[in-house]
Structures are given as structure tokens and as C-alpha cells.
Ligand binder design. Structure first.
Ligand SMILES: [Zn+2]
Length: 453
């Protein structure tokens, strides 16, 4: 049968509540969609004649990982400025380097580089916010990944947006353009003359709005950007409460806010007072939040991207991620950009996320392995608005799937597969990566000869 794939004989982690684990599992895929999954015997019986068979014996089959927060082109700054306080790192190193090095070509080149890094590490979907986002989108399209992409909004002259007054217009143009590409499909190929980009695949790019932070965007900018995101029905991403100092910075910048009540507002309360929080708002970091903030986040159904390694490296603090999970707030896992991590590796991030919460709470039961895998798959997909498309293995969803080897000594034996994934597996154990039913990585190597491993 044309365009059909059978993945068979693997330890299947669906990340669905009803059938989380199938020991001798298989998946049947047709035209990029998961059609059927279950035991190898029943799936092979029901779908015998297929175009491609992947034998996953001694491998885990699981959903592709979802990286909820990154800045793809920032891989060009990997290792440029490490071991510095966040304000020094950002203002004295990253912002000047961006001013000097960013242009459409460098953004596209390094965004593609990051996509390759992520695909090899089993990340099939990411959520990005940056500048020159058209070029980021072109790189994502070329790589074969799926992504939610936000054009950056900041109240300073920014790369590609020299006039801050136009920041929201530029972001709106980006959203409208990529929304129309996904509906009309062919126009972009003709406009840009890209013969290698096929018609299919525009649905892999989902546009969004990315306001950098409450301290780099005025209250007015935040309100306008959120209104635009609401009007166009897209995700609104923002760095929130990353550092302890952020509350004072927000207060200073927005001196128009007066009165005793506003003086004591937390960053989350401040954003909520501006109408920013709803179910299409992704709060990135959320390190310095209190119980009242969590109540607000929960009542607005806002989402959180937890980035433990970036928070640790910049000594920002420890987000109350386990508490958020227990409060049933939608939490995904993010690497953040490569300037503050320095890799796009969610296996390492999962391991760290579990151990950091245990240490912070002095509780080895906190942030168990299965909860962490959920954050890195279906939880992340839900947090960025793609829970109906990716993040778990169930008929009807897109075939975004990875196959992870279990033969290496550090992966043997397997008592609890979620523990194996979180505490044992490394990014280099990923053998097969599929997005939209297209096999991009096989035997740990790219099938596209233009991509390097
Ligand atoms: Zn970030």
C-alpha cells in the first residue's frame, strides 16, 4: 500500500491515558497519519501489505519530543558568553552580538542548524520566538520539523525591526502571511521560487506572537500584541518571572501604574491586570511565582514552559514545576536558546527537570519519570496548542514518532520504561525520527544528504 509505514516489535509508549504501554507494540501509518496502534500481532494482521517496515525490536517507540521554548538562530551564540549574570549576559553580550551578527541569511542558516540538532535528538516539534521569523520558518520548512513560530516584539530597535513603533505590525504581517500559506499552500513556492520546497508541509509551521518580556515591552505594547494574537487566534508567548529582579524592573518601566495595590503586584498579577493571560498564553520560565500567581494561571488556563537547565545556568532560580503539574496546569519542557543551555537536548532536560525538583523539595518522589516524559511530549504539545496534532500516539494524530535504542549498556535492563527514558537515555540513542509520517532520521543519521549528522 502506497505511503504506508509499519513500525513493529517495539516497546510502545503511547503517552495516552487509556493505553500508555504496549510491550510488543506496533503502529500503522498511512499518508502521514497514525491509523492504528496495538500489539505487533494484531497490527500486522490488520495491515499486512505496507510500503515500509521499521523493525523496532529492542527499541522504544514513542511520540517525538516537543521543545516548548527555544530561540532557534541563537545556536550561533553557543558558548559565546557563559558563566555570567543574566543582565550582564543579555545586555553586554547577547544584545550586542545580535546587533552585529544577525541578518536574514545568518538567521536561516543557524535556525536550520538548530533544527538538525533537535531532529537528531528526537525533537519533532519546537516552539520558537525570535526575529527575522520568516527566515526561521523557511528553515523549519526545509528541515521537515513541526514548529510554532513567534515573530519577536520588543520596545527597542530589533534585528529586522529598526523602528519599535512597527513591532506589532511586523508580527501581525508574519502571522497573517504564514496562516495564509498553510491555507493556500502553493503561493509561497511561487513567490520565493523555491523549487525544492514541496506543496505539502505548510501545516507544519504554525505562526504565533512572541513578546520578549514584561520588562522589554511596555504595558501598551503587551496589550496591543495580545489583542492582535487573540484576533488572529494564535499563541502568545512571553518570558515571565525569570529572575527575582524582574518585578522591580517591571515596576520601574511601567511607572504609569500607581496606587498601593499595583505597587505590590507580582509579574503574573501585572500581566493579568493587562488582560494577557488566557488559554492561548505561554508563560516561559515562571520561576518567581507564588501560590496566588498559580491560582491566576490556573483560572485563566494559561500554559507554562519550564526550562530548568537555562534557569540553572543563569542562576535564575528553580521554578515550582512539580507544584504546577500537581495543580493540573499545563506545563511543557523547553531547552531555551543555545546561548543559555547550551544544547537542544530534551533527554538531558528531562533528567535535570526530575532531579532538580527532587533536590529543591527534598523529596525523591517529586517529579516522577512518567510525569517528566508527559511534559516532554503530550504536555508540551498541549502547552503550545498542538495537543490535537502531536505529542502522543493515537489514531488520527500526525505521525510524529521516534524510535530509541535499548541495546546500549546504559539502557539495560528495562524495569520501568519511563525511568529508562528519563534517567538512562541520551539524545544519541535516538535511531529513527519521523515527522508527518516522513522518515527524516534513520539509524541515527539524516536521510537528506544535505544535512550533516
Ligand atoms: Zn527564552
Amino acid at each position: 500500500m502506497k505511503n504506508s509505514i509499519l513500525i513493529i516489535n517495539g516497546l510502545l509508549l503511547t503517552m495516552e491515558q487509556e493505553m500508555p504501554l504496549v510491550e510488543d507494540g506496533a503502529i500503522f501509518i498511512k499518508d502521514g497519519i497514525i491509523v492504528d496502534c496495538g500489539t505487533s500481532r494484531e497490527i500486522a494482521k490488520r495491515h499486512g501489505r505496507v510500503e515500509t517496515v521499521i523493525d523496532a525490536e529492542s527499541h522504544i517507540i514513542m511520540p517525538g519530543l516537543v521543545n516548548c521554548h527555544t530561540h532557534l538562530p541563537m545556536s550561533m551564540f553557543r558558548g559565546l558568553a557563559d558563566d555570567l549574570p543574566l543582565d550582564v549576559w543579555l545586555n553586554e553580550h547577547i544584545f550586542p552580538a545580535e546587533a552585529a551578527m544577525l541578518n536574514p541569511d545568518s538567521v536561516k542558516k543557524w535556525a536550520l542548524h538548530s533544527c538538525m540538532e533537535m531532529l537528531l535528538a528526537g525533537i519533532t516539534t519546537c516552539c520558537d520566538g525570535y526575529f527575522y521569523e520568516d527566515q526561521v520558518a523557511e528553515a523549519v520548512m526545509a528541515s521537515g520539523m513541526r514548529a510554532v513560530l513567534g515573530q519577536g516584539v520588543i520596545d527597542f530597535p530589533a534585528p529586522g525591526v529598526p523602528e519599535p513603533a512597527k513591532n506589532i505590525d511586523v508580527a501581525e504581517d508574519f502571522v497573517r502571511k504564514w496562516k495564509s500559506f498553510s491555507s493556500t499552500n502553493k503561493s509561497y513556492v511561487q513567490d520565493a521560487g523555491h523549487s525544492r520546497i514541496q506543496d505539502a508541509g505548510y501545516s507544519r509551521v504554525v505562526p504565533s506572537v512572541f513578546c520578549h518580556s514584561p520588562y522589554t515591552c511596555s504595558r501598551e505594547t503587551l496589550i496591543k500584541a495580545k489583542e492582535m494574537a487573540k484576533r488572529l487566534g494564535v499563541l502568545f508567548q512571553i518570558h515571565v518571572a525569570e529572575t527575582r529582579e524582574e518585578m522591580n524592573m517591571v515596576r520601574r518601566i511601567n511607572s504609569s501604574i500607581s496606587g498601593d495595590e499595583s505597587r505590590d503586584m507580582s509579574v503574573v498579577q501585572y500581566l493579568d491586570s493587562a488582560g494577557i493571560l488566557d488559554d492561548k498564553t505561554l508563560l516561559v520560565h515562571a520561576v518567581w511565582i507564588n501560590d496566588a500567581d498559580m491560582e491566576i494561571i490556573k483560572s485563566r488556563s494559561a500554559k507554562v514552559a519550564h526550562c530548568p537547565e537555562s534557569n540553572m545556568k543563569l542562576a535564575s532560580g528553580i521554578a515550582p514545576a512539580w507544584k504546577l503539574v500537581q495543580e493540573n496546569i499545563s506545563v511543557g519542557l523547553g531547552t531555551d536558546g543555545c546561548a543559555s543551555n547550551n544544547t537542544h537536548d530534551l533527554f538531558s532536560e528531562m533528567d535535570m527537570a526530575a532531579k532538580l525538583q527532587k533536590t529543591a523539595l527534598m523529596d525523591p518522589c517529586a517529579m516522577d519519570a512518567r510525569s517528566v516524559v508527559e511534559m516532554a511530549t503530550i504536555g508540551g504539545a498541549r502547552a503550545i496548542g498542538l495537543g490535537h496534532i502531536t505529542g502522543s500516539i493515537v489514531p488520527g494524530k500526525k505521525a510524529d514518532i521516534i524510535v530509541v535504542g535499548l541495546r546500549k549498556p546504559h539502557m539495560v535492563p528495562v524495569y520501568n520504561p519511563w525511568s529508562t527514558v528519563v534517567y538512562g537515555a541520551k539524545a544519541s540513542d535516538v535511531r529513527v525520527v519521523m515527522v508527518d509520517g516522513t522518515i527524516l532520521v534513520k539509524d541515527g543519521k539524516f536521510l537528506n544528504p544535505d544535512f550533516h549528522d
